[in-house]
Design a protein around this ligand. Structure first.
Ligand code: SF4
Length: 403
């Protein structure tokens, strides 16, 4: 399939597989990404396996796996949606047109699954955003069993006792989630410890891969990079062992791939400062313009502590990491990535209708501009076809300016 023929995100993934025909590892990762939601739903429906819709990021994932449940990322369900599905949210639930398309897609997918035998539990997170908070409230009315933990937020100056109080509060909420999911506040510490060790092991493997990518900047192109890191490293696509095997395979491929000096001379290292966009054409535009997403805002640098009880380790990781709330934490990650990679620029990407991320992006743009680091601010909606001329022109002009 040619890029011009692409009509949906699924077709983008197929196209990406073709582009990476030289790499069984990248193909495996893309297959895991594409089968994540259907396979999790099938395991729940046919195999009696417990599963829960959730953010599938950070601390939730080791916890949910330790409770013998598959964490199923609801934003992935939205991403594999289409424009017509999204319209359900506007027409049936009367979401304003300008509401973030990620949320509208997710709501529509839950709508289509109402009163079926699929996963009917949603683990929300009040720290996410107002549109998602609204979505969870609506889904409660539609018959889903929804649990929202309280907002997790650490202001930039919060230290000492205040910080310890926040950590204790989150620990209590983690036990509450266990009670909601299993009927008991008891958490098998040994299982959770093993999940934390798994997470740390995967983080270390990913760091090695990210280092190897510096010598092979075009081996894993932009879309595959985003899915491998933003989705895979968080959720393991519902299949931890297979995801780990794919990373091992990729590491072997990168270690054995010959270095192409021409690629090293022409590459424009970039840092991606956005979530996982639904507008896959943007990634294509970056690839076509000669950019390489070698650093991501969501790259988790910090390991989970293994010297404290495992529930405490989850809570400490949250407040000690980029997702602690204030935009400065994520900005520090971006700056670290820019310095580590000698990146030439930052791509700030967000959705139309996402008010809080647009504030963050504006603050980061100003901060990096003052330090002489170029950035481009892209705003997207659910644009499923080939990249639009306007996006191509802007991305190309930005990358040409950096070269
Ligand atoms: S892009 Fe913004 S509004 Fe949309 S789901 Fe993400 S945080 Fe929420």
């Amino acid at each position: 399939m040619d890029i011009e023929d692409i009509r949906s995100q699924r077709e983008y993934v197929d196209h990406c597989k073709k582009v990476h025909s030289y790499s069984p590892a990248v193909n495996k990762i893309l297959d895991l990404s594409a089968s994540y939601i259907p396979d999790a739903e099938k395991a729940y429906r046919d195999g009696g396996k417990q599963a829960v819709w959730c953010n599938a990021i950070g601390w939730q994932v080791p916890l949910v796996y330790a409770l013998d449940t598959i964490p199923v990322s609801f934003s992935e369900m939205g991403r594999l949606s289409d424009k017509e599905t999204m319209l359900i949210s506007e027409d049936y639930y009367q979401f304003p047109v300008e509401t973030c398309s990620m949320v509208k897609c997710t709501v529509a997918q839950w709508h289509l699954r109402r009163n079926t035998s699929t996963i009917n539990r949603i683990l929300g997170n009040s720290s996410a955003c107002e549109p998602y908070n609204l979505a969870w409230e609506i889904m409660k009315r539609e018959g889903y069993d929804v649990y929202n933990n309280d907002v997790v937020y650490r202001g930039p100056t919060v230290e000492g006792k205040r910080l310890e109080d926040l950590i204790s509060f989150l620990e209590e909420q983690i036990y509450d989630i266990a009670a909601w999911l299993t009927g008991s506040r008891e958490i098998d510490e040994e299982k959770l410890r093993l999940e934390i060790q798994r997470k740390n092991r995967l983080l270390e493997k990913m760091r090695t891969i990210l280092e190897l990518r510096r010598k092979h900047p075009f081996y894993v192109r932009s879309l595959a990079t985003i899915l491998m890191l933003n989705v895979g490293l968080n959720s393991y696509f519902g299949k931890p062992e297979e995801y780990e095997e794919a990373l091992d395979l990729l590491r072997g491929e990168l270690e054995n791939a010959p270095v192409n000096e021409t690629d090293l001379q022409k590459v424009i290292p970039l840092v991606w400062a956005g979530g996982t966009g639904q507008e896959f054409g943007i990634y294509e535009a970056i690839d076509e313009a000669g950019g390489a997403l070698l650093g991501l805002r969501s790259v988790p640098f910090k390991l989970y502590r293994e010297d404290v009880p495992p529930v405490e380790s989850l809570a400490r990781w949250v407040y000690d990491n980029a997702g602690a709330g204030a935009g400065v934490y994520a900005r520090n990650v971006l700056e670290h990535e820019v310095n580590r990679l000698n990146a030439r620029g930052i791509i700030l990407y967000g959705y139309i209708g996402c008010s809080f991320a647009s504030v963050d992006r504006e603050m980061w743009r100003k901060y990096f501009h003052e330090r002489g680091i170029a950035s481009i601010n892209l705003e997207g909606s659910f644009q499923t076809g080939a990249p639009s001329g306007q996006v191509m022109t802007r991305v190309k002009a930005f990358i040409e300016m950096l070269s």
